[in-house]
Design a protein around this ligand. Structure first.
Ligand code: BG6
Length: 514
């Protein structure tokens, strides 16, 4: 438990967060899956915490033939099934009153005029004075139409005017390569100022990801060691047990490199590797993160084969049940060369990280869901307790467990009790669950709150998205050139292909067992 005379850390965290301003949140794609599974449950939990503004309305927009009542029923079902906290029957009627539905199509200009009239009515009833957040939970190829129509209907206020604010939230994928990402960003920039655009990378909303900076810069003991003098290498794993599921339509055109590495994993890397920002101002933090991406050594030409492994899952087992290989999944081409697994080695060519390899791996249908960043420190000199070259001491490893089982552990050497000097690796362990008790808020809770408060720290800035693609593009280009008709396979339920092990072994290292 927290120290006794400390304030309750969860309450302190909430009171420190910026205040969400009264606003309406209009969700395009409001009758869709994201709204039901993530957005509404997140808003409900914010309401339970009492941090939603008193004057607030959610307006789901979609083509489904819903009315306010149906939308509320679907929302209720979403909360019952997906919320981290149970639905409280006493509280629900209050929350439900702020939910509305507007039937309309993204493509139909008339819908926007109707939406404007509806919003004005709802806002008058809910005491909202024109602050608006538009959530584009729609395919990226509809962004342009939606943004332009919002402007044409007079639904976008200038970012620097004295009047109410307009903000827009977009989800990944922001493009599928650098050129298309620029196009999406340009489209949005025609209508919105960068300060009005909130690009979600939901990994940044995870408590454990936010904790990386607190751990690094809120403690005196890590930062002096956080560099090439003391760190041997870093391993970053984002493992998923699930397969492609029902998302083959999207995933076939994406693959693990685009789906996970370009965004979530490079963002995690930025948090681990960035220089200390001098303030928590959103742009100062994001400038420092951007520098990491700019310092990534390009992986091009022959280097791609040497440093990047891609693979696809074959048939295997998931929790004891036989599961099909990727090519046999519904909606996947029988000759698909979409990678479901990527492992790579990269370098950050700056003073701090010169020569330190970072190993990244991510895949679907691995043995379990487990994401972790493991910082491996250099060995102690081979004298005293580390003299035996055949049985070297285990090095210190700081493991930041992103999910599940959130926490961090430090592996250190200790003396085994007894008359002889025998050294044994032991772990110092911090677990969120046992320390803070309550389940951590979901990423979308924090992110939605931040948009309403106007804090963009945890959102992707245009330059970072484009810099990530600029680094990813040559890898994609090399893969395209190779014209592979077959990828290395790994068994579903296994830890990836042997090629990924070789990537490590060539430097005398190995992947951690999670
Ligand atoms: C999404 C990817 O962005 O992140 C999915 O598109 C992936 O393919 C998901 O499964 C993983 O998110 P989380 O929060 O479950 O680790």
């Amino acid at each position: 438990m927290p120290e006794r005379d400390e304030p309750n850390p969860l309450a302190a965290g909430l009171s420190q967060s910026l205040l969400a301003q009264p606003c309406s949140l209009a969700i395009f794609g409001g009758s869709g899956d994201l709204a039901k599974r993530k957005l509404v449950p997140a808003l409900y939990n914010l309401a339970l915490d009492g941090v939603l503004p008193a004057n607030f309305a959610v307006v789901g927009i979609g083509r489904s033939d819903f009315d306010d009542e149906t939308f509320r029923d679907v929302a209720r079902e979403g909360v019952e099934r997906f919320s981290r906290r149970r639905l409280d029957a006493n509280h629900w009627p209050d929350f439900e009153r702020s939910l509305f539905y507007h039937r309309g199509s993204v493509d139909d200009p008339a819908s926007y005029a109707e939406l404007k009239a509806r919003l004005e009515k709802i806002e008058a009833a809910c005491g909202v004075s024109g602050n608006r957040v538009f959530y584009l939970s729609i395919p990226p190829d509809r962004f342009r139409t939606c943004a332009e129509q919002l402007r044409a209907a007079g639904l976008v206020t200038p970012s620097d005017g004295p009047g109410p604010f307009t903000r827009i939230i977009v989800e990944k994928p922001i493009g599928h390569d650098l050129a298309s990402a620029r196009e999406v960003n340009e489209t949005l920039a025609q209508v919105f100022d960068e300060r009005q655009i909130f690009r979600i990378d939901h990994y940044l909303g995870k408590e454990t990801v936010q904790n990386i900076l607190v751990m690094r810069f809120g403690n005196a003991i890590f930062e002096p060691l956080w560099n090439q003098k003391y760190i041997d290498h870093v391993q970053l794993t984002v493992a998923e047990a699930e397969g492609v599921g029902t998302r083959a339509g999207y995933y076939e055109g994406a693959g693990a490199l685009r789906d996970m590495v370009q965004n979530h994993i490079l963002q995690l890397l930025c948090h681990v590797a960035m220089e200390p920002p001098w303030s928590l101002d959103p742009d100062v933090v994001r400038d420092h993160k951007l520098e990491v991406i700019q310092c990534l050594r390009p992986v091009t030409g022959d280097d791609v084969d040497a440093r990047v492994v891609r693979a696809q899952y074959g048939a295997g087992f998931h929790r004891g049940d036989a599961v099909p290989g990727y090519r046999q999944e519904e909606g996947v081409g029988r000759d698909s060369t979409t990678e479901t697994y990527v492992a790579l080695q990269l370098f950050i060519d700056n003073w701090r990280w010169a020569g330190v390899p970072f190993y990244l791996r991510t895949g679907k249908r691995l043995p379990k869901r487990a994401s972790e960043i493991a910082v491996h420190f250099k060995d102690v000199p081979q004298i005293l307790f580390n003299r035996d070259r055949d049985a070297p001491l285990a090095s210190n490893v700081l493991a930041l467990r992103i999910q599940p089982d959130e926490g961090l552990s430090l592996r250190i050497s200790a003396k085994l009790p007894g008359p002889q000097v025998q050294v044994y690796p032991v772990k110092m362990d911090f677990q969120y669950g046992s320390t803070f008790g309550e389940q951590s808020p979901e990423a979308y809770e924090r992110l939605l709150l931040d948009v309403m408060a106007g804090d963009a720290t945890l959102f992707m800035r245009r330059d970072a998205v484009e810099a990530s693609w600029a680094w990813i593009d040559p890898i994609l280009a090399a893969w395209e050139r190779s014209g592979a008709r077959w990828l290395p396979e790994y068994d579903a339920g296994g830890w990836g292909p042997v090629e990924a092990d070789r990537l490590m072994q060539s430097s005398g290292r190995r992947w951690r067992t999670l």
